[in-house]
Write a protein that binds this ligand. Structure first.
Ligand code: NAD
Length: 349
């Protein structure tokens, strides 16, 4: 395949780019290089003849059109987005511009290419989305998000992603564009930007700073190792049925408090403190407004129809992640300083 991956300098997009090149696909990485991007994430493929990079902002329709027309990809994997829920609460405007209008620009340019090429049946527009579009679940293990769960987004971020999902389906129904969609649970792993929960906990723990947890820590999330998500995405773009959406999850539900305690226990063995446990640094902070209680993915469709399975348990993945942050300070320290994330404690963890 000749893949055009948007957001390929971000956390998940870079994992897709690394795996796609390793599998022998030609990859064009389209990214605006916002605060969340880091080209070092793809440094190990940057010299490959299969890889090229285009600095393009998906809010710029003409630039998107020119890039897609220049490269003529056979599949587009659209990950570029504003992705941080707390930032969407503080400043929702850019989430609408990038996630909604940017996706519209991607769809229009993809459609123009697809129509100019004679509507090839094997063309794919793969839209990468989140389980947060489905809203919040009760604390009942029998209830999970399926592909048929009605949309009920509750934050500016999830509402912007839900809007983009609807646009992608509409371009399929109205114009016949061959699309596939995926909605995934919370990712974690190497190259996760230092503002997100798991890196904040690891890095604050090592700095001797408070480990901020929203509310009472009872909010439940379903965690998936980022390399497993990238593997699932490459599976769906190649084998997924046109017009269909697939939920991706690891069936690894953990409350935020359980997750943080697990990270502390791993750190206690890897880099013991002089006295006590890193868990002593846990501090509860004012809850996020509209904080969804529970997300849980039912991944039966992608498992049964496409045979995809995650490769690691959450315990294995968290241990790999802790090891990665312990060994890659040269990656995270400048990002922390550049973005002003640093060690922080407040109402927004
Ligand atoms: P990220 O914030 O780490 O990376 C986003 C990338 O998109 C960055 O490289 C950034 O520069 C780029 N980008 C942002 N605005 C852009 C614009 N206007 N034009 C071009 N590029 C732009 O995000 P991530 O965590 O890797 O998430 C990638 C995708 O996966 C998003 O669509 C997100 O909604 C979805 N997703 C994320 C998770 C998760 O847990 N992180 C879970 C499910 C789905």
């Amino acid at each position: 395949m000749k893949l055009l991956v948007t957001g390929g300098a971000g956390f998940i997009g870079s994992a897709v780019v690394r795996q796609a090149v390793a599998q022998g696909h030609e990859v064009v990485n389209l990214d605006a290089l916002t605060y969340a991007a880091c080209l070092e994430n793809v440094a190990n493929v940057a010299g490959s003849p299969l890889y090229s990079f285009e600095q393009v902002d998906i809010r710029d329709a003409a630039a998107v059109e020119a890039c897609i027309a220049k490269h003529e990809p056979t599949a587009i994997m659209h990950l570029a987005a504003e992705s941080h829920v707390d930032r969407s609460i503080d400043g929702p405007g850019v989430f609408i511009e990038t996630n909604v209008m940017g996706t519209y620009n991607m769809l229009q340019s993809a459609r123009a290419l697809w129509e100019r090429k004679g509507k090839p049946a094997d063309f794919r527009f793969h839209h990468i989305s989140t389980d947060e579009v489905f809203g919040s679940l009760p604390n009942d293990p029998a209830v999970q998000f399926t592909e048929d769960t009605p949309y009920d987004p509750r934050s500016p971020y999830s509402a912007s992603k839900a809007s983009s999902d609807h646009l992608v389906r509409a371009w399929h129904e109205t114009y016949g564009l061959p699309v596939v969609l995926t909605n995934c649970s919370n990712n974690y792993g190497p190259y996760h930007f230092p503002e997100k929960l798991i890196p904040v906990i690891i890095l604050n723990a090592l700095a001797g700073a408070p480990l901020p947890i929203y509310g009472d820590g009872s909010n439940v999330r379903d965690w998936l190792y980022v390399e497993d998500h990238a593997d699932a995405l490459l599976c769906v773009v190649q084998q997924g049925e046109v017009g269909r959406s697939y939920n991706i999850g690891g069936e690894n539900e953990r409350s935020n408090l359980e997750l943080v305690k697990t990270l502390c226990a791993i750190l206690d063995t890897k880099r013991p403190k002089d006295t006590g446990s890193y868990a002593d640094q846990i501090t509860f902070v004012t809850d996020r407004p509209g904080h969804d209680a529970r997300y849980a993915i039912n991944p039966n469709r992608i498992r049964n129809e496409l045979g995809w399975r995650p490769s690691v348990t959450v315990e294995e993945g968290l241990e790999k992640t802790v090891d990665w942050y312990l060994n890659n300070e040269a990656w995270w320290r400048p990002l922390q300083q550049r973005s002003g994330v640093g060690v922080r404690l407040g109402t927004k963890a």
